[in-house]
Design a protein around this ligand. Structure first.
Ligand code: PXP
Length: 242
């Protein structure tokens, strides 16, 4: 079965629970296989500088064992670039990273960071890794992604997820407009962060979006229904919205 809107399942927080006790359970790689069986089109994992959830050995095992594409989320640093070039994941999503943040707060400043990002985008692209930039749904950031030659952008939906009412509708419009602008310029738009069963459908209905990356909610919901069921339900809601 082919899905018009791909679901990338982020397994970071399976690793968060594992790391709380320092052992090897629950195994995020096992979760990746369950997600694939349940209808995920790809697996996303963020190897952070402080290794607070995913660790290098997870990336190693995902790289050698997965049968669906791996999207490596990474900061634009020399260390992460070397790791990406060693494992050559299907895709790499460049994200801003601050050591003290609880999660990825805000998008990458692709406009202000052009000179730093350009060689990293080029090196990843030369290694046949599909580069994505995690940006705010802002036309200036889309223009910057065009200048950088990124084939993909992922719009940060965190603000949308935290708003309600008219403000949320306005943010949804910004995401839809940014997705249309990206697509018009040959960039494949993705979206993610803070998506849940309750808020995913208006995002999934944006016709230009090709992929959603979702993690925290799916892992949390798995406590009540199991991981397979939570991924399946998200897949179903996304398909119904199209
Ligand atoms: N996309 C990117 C680039 C992210 O950094 C994250 C969070 O790690 C997600 C998607 C998934 O967000 P959430 O875990 O809130 O679903």
């Amino acid at each position: 079965m082919t899905h018009p809107l791909r679901l990338g399942v982020n397994i970071d927080h399976v690793a968060t629970i594992r790391n709380a006790r320092g052992g090897d359970h629950p195994d995020p790689v096992r979760a990746a296989f369950v997600a694939a069986e349940a209808g995920a089109d790809g697996i996303t994992a963020h190897l952070r500088e402080d290794r607070r959830h995913i660790i290098d050995a997870d990336i190693e095992r995902l790289s050698s064992g997965l049968t669906i594409p791996l999207n490596l989320e990474m900061a634009a640093t020399e260390e992460m670039l070397a790791i990406a070039l060693r494992h050559t994941p299907h895709a790499a999503c460049l994200v801003p990273e601050k050591r003290e943040e609880r999660t990825t707060e805000g998008g990458l400043d692709a406009a202000g960071g052009h000179n730093h990002l350009a060689p990293i985008v080029a090196e990843l692209a030369n290694a046949n890794i599909r580069v994505s930039l995690f940006i705010e749904p802002d036309p200036a950031q889309v223009e910057a992604a065009i200048r950088l030659g990124a084939p993909v952008v992922e719009f940060h939906t965190g603000r949308y997820a935290n708003l309600s009412g008219e403000e949320q509708t306005e943010e949804l419009r910004r995401i839809a407009d940014a997705a249309a602008l990206a697509a018009k310029n040959g960039i494949e738009p993705h979206a993610g962060h803070g998506l849940t069963f309750d808020n995913v459908q208006p995002i999934a209905a944006i016709p230009q979006l090709a992929e959603l990356n979702i993690g925290h909610f799916l892992v949390g919901e798995a406590i009540f229904t199991g991981f397979e069921e939570s991924v399946k339900r998200m897949r179903e809601l996304m398909d119904l919205a199209r």
